[in-house]
Design a protein around this ligand. Structure first.
Ligand code: IMP
Length: 174
């Protein structure tokens, strides 16, 4: 970790306020429903755990793990499911929770894959969006912060499995 500099982009307080805003919007939209909230491992775990505790309706939770693609597959959009859901999503209101949308490849693939399982509805909430780096068109239904093209860590996001525990979101200048 030597020689890596961190610069705070979003403080824990700013993130907390945004999570509450998102939760209020989601609670309004899902009033009277019991959505299945799916977190994409591992980065979205902290965001999911903060978000669901602010929601005003009952929820179910589940998790998926997706392979990080190498340089070749990044352009082809090939994404592999490493851990699938424990249950069927047929006729359920599904909300995918993601930490960050970057190229858009992961979520485009996931939406296509999960749509084929016939959920009643399927939406995405992401804490962060880096639209400058999109390779495929993708627009999340709910988004916390739009950020510039920089590599960020903390609040669940990692660099080589480090920094996930940080409360602030920081720019990594390696
Ligand atoms: P996408 O398929 O390129 O949109 O990939 C999204 C995934 O890439 C996220 O779920 C993260 O795991 C990872 N990722 C993209 N940008 C960052 C970043 O700035 N910091 C940490 N992880 C990132």
């Amino acid at each position: 970790m030597k020689d890596e500099k961190l610069e705070v982009l979003l403080t824990a307080e700013q993130i907390d306020a945004k999570v509450k805003e998102l939760a209020a919007e989601i609670s309004k939209d899902y009033k009277g429903k019991k959505p299945l909230i799916i977190a994409i491992l591992k980065g979205a775990v902290i965001f999911m755990s903060d978000l669901i505790r602010q929601l005003e309706m009952p929820v179910e939770i589940d998790f998926m793990a997706i392979s990080s693609y190498g340089a070749d597959t990044a352009s082809s959009g090939v994404v592999r499911i490493l851990k699938d859901l424990d249950q069927s999503i047929k006729d359920k209101d599904v909300l995918i929770v993601e930490d960050i949308v970057d190229t858009g490849l992961t979520l485009s693939y996931l939406i296509e894959n999960l749509s084929s399982r016939q959920p009643r509805s399927l939406k995405v909430v992401t804490l962060l969006d880096k639209p400058e780096r999109r390779k495929v068109e993708f627009k999340p239904d709910y988004c916390g912060f739009t950020i510039p093209d920089c590599f960020v860590i903390g609040y669940g996001l990692d660099f080589d499995e480090h920094y996930r525990h940080l409360c602030d979101l920081c720019i990594l200048d390696a």
